[in-house]
Ligand binder design. Sequence first.
Ligand SMILES: CC(C)(COP(=O)(O)OP(=O)(O)OC[C@H]1O[C@@H](n2cnc3c(N)ncnc32)[C@H](O)[C@@H]1OP(=O)(O)O)[C@@H](O)C(=O)NCCC(=O)NCCS
Length: 240
Amino acid sequence: MGAAGLTPGVCAAVRTGRSLFPRGVVFTEAAAAMWEQPLPVAEEQHLAGAVPRRIREFRAGRHSARAGLARIGLRPELLLPAPGGGVRWPSGAVGSISHSGRYCAAAVAPAALAAGIGFDAAQRTTVTEVMARAVCRPEELDRCERDPYPAEERATLVFSAKEALYKALHPLTGVPLGFQDVTVTVPAARLTSGRFWARVLAPGPLSGLRVQGRYAFTATEVLTSVVLSHHPTTGKEPTR
Ligand SMILES: CC(C)(COP(=O)(O)OP(=O)(O)OC[C@H]1O[C@@H](n2cnc3c(N)ncnc32)[C@H](O)[C@@H]1OP(=O)(O)O)[C@@H](O)C(=O)NCCC(=O)NCCS
């Protein structure tokens, strides 16, 4: 047990959450039982014909999100998929889910705190050299050579950062963005955790948008987050 009476695994998750998110965002990693436990019927209906891996991930994501929402005082009956992807979060909350086969977590916050959240998890070596050419821009690949970690892990960090950005922006704007439409910079690459900048290069309503995100490496995963303090196109701040 750790100093606060928590098990080492829970302590590690708390530390990870602190490096990834500002205060007020609740980060919940899926416990073993969450991958198996069935969801309400109306949610399970979205799994018709799904392969076992998808069923497990969907369940783990929804249970993690529910656990996080309970911590901010919300107990929604259902967390149904949103029409454009993502989750129909209950009124008063924003959030994001990610799963990578053996890891799953959710981040949620009161809607008064953030306009949107994007969270992504990827296994550390998800992006191979061949895949990196599609995911990374030339300047991002160039920076890989100067990093303290292997090129695959750097490319996975860039990949995950772009996915986190997409998950934060897409529900608010509906703007499609490809991997070459965004450039990610990691100013002082560190082995454990830090910040990155993502800038939208594509023309359109998000052109020139620059957003700061955070990353953290666990033993097996690269985790990234983007928390939007205001709406990316209208500039509207959450009503506090
Ligand atoms: C949507 C996307 C980012 C999801 O990422 P992924 O690595 O496939 O899967 P993850 O496990 O990390 O995340 C899946 C969760 O993301 C959420 N999600 C799916 N589509 C989403 C969207 N449009 N907006 C926000 N969240 C979304 C869902 O909650 C989903 O889990 P669930 O179906 O169990 O509820 C990815 O499939 C995609 O479409 N990428 C292309 C766009 C992109 O990333 N561009 C990068 C340039 S910015």
